[in-house]
Write a protein that binds this ligand. Structure first.
Ligand code: FAD
Length: 318
């Protein structure tokens, strides 16, 4: 663990080292605000470090490895003077003109502005091999990974019963031979219009009252799943090469919920189109705010916006 001692009042502290945090760091560093960036103790680089190939981040015609993309973003921000600390922030007081954040060693850091870019986690099934096969057949994002199934002879399973699951299933029919939606209940939670769209698609079938009991692997890739009927306990094999998990997200807002306004789903609220939160000098960017797009490029874009909002806020204080 890296730790730093209090070095006086900073201009800006960034919490988060995903595309939003690193982009905010890059912009504030180039504005000579010397950002102090807390990137997390174990999740440095954010969600893209858990994937393999990223094919939809502009500027890389051949695609780029997720962890390499994040190392590049970090190096680019460091080149302009961003100071990185691979540690978690465990306590914050964002209410006053001077903001205080505390790291795991109990060191207190102060700044005039804070950019929150802590991201959001995909809910998992918590099954063996789920993490291991991420990017090798198991995915949480059809927009990100659907294209890898473009050979059109694959069978795919989507887990979930809400709008996101219906949207993912419908989107995946562009690439897949068949899509099976697995849902634990006998009815869907999705809006009627999304349900109708899915029900009328010939490629989509439904396994209601069912859950994934096992994820099967062969040669380091997904090789099928075992479905279990939640009432009878009966199991059956489903021969699929893609498993998309769409059972929700958990924005990382626990630390802030007493001070910053959250929406009903627990995401940080900002005064759109700005990145301003309800507290002066506190800005938020990336997936911790966004439950619509959730892409690296949109997170990076809002990290840029948060940096520019911060610059203007600090300039007005001077
Ligand atoms: P994150 O990347 O989640 O980063 C959040 C950061 O906050 C982390 O660094 C974490 O350590 C830090 N943090 C959290 N809490 C604290 C704390 N208390 N103190 C300090 N630090 C903290 N998008 C694409 O565009 N293309 C893809 O191909 C693609 N593939 C994906 C594959 C996978 C497996 C996953 C999971 C996601 C994928 N995404 C993809 C989505 C993309 O990764 C996210 O939209 C993006 O990373 C969000 O960026 P972010 O900066 O908001 O948050």
């Amino acid at each position: 663990m890296t730790s730093v001692t209090d070095t006086g009042i900073r201009e800006v502290i960034v919490i988060g080292s995903g595309p939003a945090g690193y982009t905010a760091a890059l912009y504030t560093a180039r504005a000579e605000l010397k950002p102090l960036v807390f990137g997390g103790a174990i999740f440095v680089g954010g969600a893209l470090t858990t994937t393999t190939e990223v094919e939809n981040f502009p500027g890389f015609p051949e695609g780029i490895d997720g962890p390499v993309l994040m190392e590049n973003m970090r190096a680019q921000a460091e080149r302009f003077g961003a100071e990185m600390v691979d540690d978690d922030i465990v306590e914050v007081d964002l209410t006053g003109d001077i903001k205080t954040v505390t790291d795991t060693a109990g060191n207190v850091h102060q700044a005039k502005a804070v950019i929150v870019a802590t991201g959001s986690g995909y809910r998992k099934l918590d099954l063996p091999k789920e993490d291991e096969l991420s990017g090798r057949g198991v995915s949480w994002c059809a927009t990100c990974d659907g294209f890898f199934f473009r050979d059109r002879d694959r069978d795919i399973v989507v887990v979930g019963g809400g709008d996101t699951a219906m949207e993912e299933a419908t989107f995946l029919t562009r690439f897949a031979k068949s899509v099976t939606v697995v849902h634990r209940r006998s009815t869907l939670r999705a809006s009627q219009v999304m349900q109708n769209r899915a029900f009328s698609d010939d490629k989509i079938s439904f396994a209601f009252d069912s859950e994934i009991a096992e994820i099967k692997e062969a040669d380091g890739k997904l090789a099928g799943v075992v479905l279990r009927d939640v009432f009878t306990g009966q199991t059956r094999d489903l021969d699929v090469t893609g498993l998309f998990i769409a059972i929700g997200h958990e924005p990382r807002t626990e630390l802030f919920k007493q001070q910053l306004e959250l929406d009903d789903a627990g995401y940080l609220k900002v005064l759109s189109p700005s990145t301003r939160t309800n507290l002066r000098g506190v800005f938020a960017a990336g997936d911790v705010v966004d439950h619509t797009y959730r892409q690296a490029i949109t997170a990076a874009a809002s990290g840029c916006a948060a940096a520019l909002d911060t610059e203007r806020y600090l300039a007005a204080l001077a």
